[in-house]
Design a protein around this ligand. Structure first.
Ligand code: HH2
Length: 377
């Protein structure tokens, strides 16, 4: 990471005991001059550790950290207050044209509907060209029956090495499905990187756009989202689906993904997408090795401090297979449920999953445990 290119930013690394006046750990990312100035403004009780020329880790009470940051810039102190207030806290509800997703109250489950022949775990199950869209609609009915709050419809696999699909083919796969589901009252998300597909799906009744490329593959998609005033899932990916798993490299994956999502969120706002419509996703498996995925999941709470709902899409992914005796995708249920439950405990509010019924039950229990006000009447 080259700190000199960016405005200063901070990341709350750990605020687990902050509400009980425990210490807080933060990282400050700034140019070298600002990092060196901290030595002169740091207050008693705050310790500092230089990670690299642009990155400083500070640990101390929230009051001590705030006073130290004020010595650098009052805006940074305000940022700290905002990040602490959001740490593992329920984000506001997500308002979509099809209704409200109650992220403030409970985790929301997004059922995956891959209308593709080649998705890594369920390719071809919901997409049989001669019978399209009947199998897809039947699969969607099953997901809704199982308790999915949203159906995420995708017409192009993003697995490493998947064959790219042109817009006409993608439209032919997703549109009949989106249209029918939306007409039946379901909340539909369109999983695409193409503006033309997003536009047509929104016209057909989709209520969210899920773009694994963060607008990098077709930047006009962001204008489509801004004009439609719908929620947008901003996901982190290193590279492109074709290249992403070749050699994923990070100095500090959590810090780098955090910074990318923070700057990405600012860029979306500058482009006309309202902050309250953005969902953040660390992009499990997208340009990440298994250890990177584990680090991101371990420190998921750091992303909640950005103040937006956090989505996790780890269902059946290969790192779960590697941790469970090289199990194939359809035998990764327990591992996927473990990820979903722990993600909820760390503050995730949307889970993108294949196994909806089991996930709904697992996250209901995880949510009850992590919600002190839970009562069972
Ligand atoms: N993962 C996949 C696809 N879309 N979107 C978000 N926001 N987050 C994710 O983690 C994510 C995603 C890949 O999973 P899947 O759709 O099951 O496979 P494929 O891309 O092969 O269709």
């Amino acid at each position: 990471m080259d700190g000199s290119l960016h405005p200063p930013g901070l990341r709350v690394c750990d605020a687990t005991t902050w509400r009980y006046a425990g210490p807080v750990e933060i990282e400050l990312h700034a140019d070298q001059e600002a990092i060196e100035r901290v030595v002169h403004v740091v207050v008693d009780g705050v310790s500092t550790r230089r990670i690299d020329p642009w990155l400083l880790r500070l640990t101390g009470s929230a009051t001590g950290l705030r006073r130290t940051l004020t010595g650098l810039s009052p805006e940074l102190a305000d940022d700290l207050d905002a990040c602490l207030a959001s740490w593992r806290q329920p984000p506001p509800d997500l308002v979509t044209p099809a209704g409200v997703l109650p992220t403030a109250t409970r985790p929301v489950v997004m059922g995956i509907l891959n209308v593709t022949p080649d998705s890594f775990s369920d390719g071809g199950r919901a997409y049989l060209p001669g019978e399209h869209p009947r199998p897809a609609l039947a699969a969607a009915a099953g997901l809704l029956e199982a308790g999915a709050d949203v159906i995420d419809v995708g017409g192009e696999s993003t697995r490493p090495g998947a064959v790219p699909v042109d817009a006409d083919e993608e439209l032919a796969r997703v549109l009949p499905v989106v249209r029918e589901l939306a007409a039946a009252g379901a909340t539909v998300s369109i999983d695409t990187t193409k503006a033309v597909v997003a536009r047509a799906a929104l016209d057909a009744g989709a209520a969210l756009v899920n773009d694994v490329s963060a607008g990098q593959l077709d930047p006009s998609l962001l204008d489509t989202v801004a004009a439609a005033e719908v929620p947008y899932v901003l996901m982190h990916m290193q590279g492109t689906p074709a290249t992403m798993q070749q050699k994923p490299r990070y100095l500090d994956v959590v810090a780098e993904v955090h910074r990318a999502l923070g700057t990405g969120l600012d860029a979306l706002i500058a482009r006309g997408i309202a902050r309250e419509r953005v969902v953040l996703d660390p992009g499990i498996g997208f340009g990440k090795r298994a250890e990177h995925n584990l680090a991101l999941l371990r420190e998921l709470a750091t992303f909640t401090a950005l103040g937006r709902p956090v989505l996790v899409g780890a269902s059946r992914k290969s790192f779960i297979g590697r941790l469970t005796g090289d199990s194939p995708p359809d035998q990764r249920l327990e591992g996927s449920l473990a990820v979903a439950a722990l993600a909820v405990a760390e503050g995730a509010r949307l889970l993108r999953v294949h196994d909806v019924a089991a996930t709904v039950r697992a996250v209901r229990v995880a949510h009850a445990i992590t919600t002190p006000s839970t009562t069972l009447s």
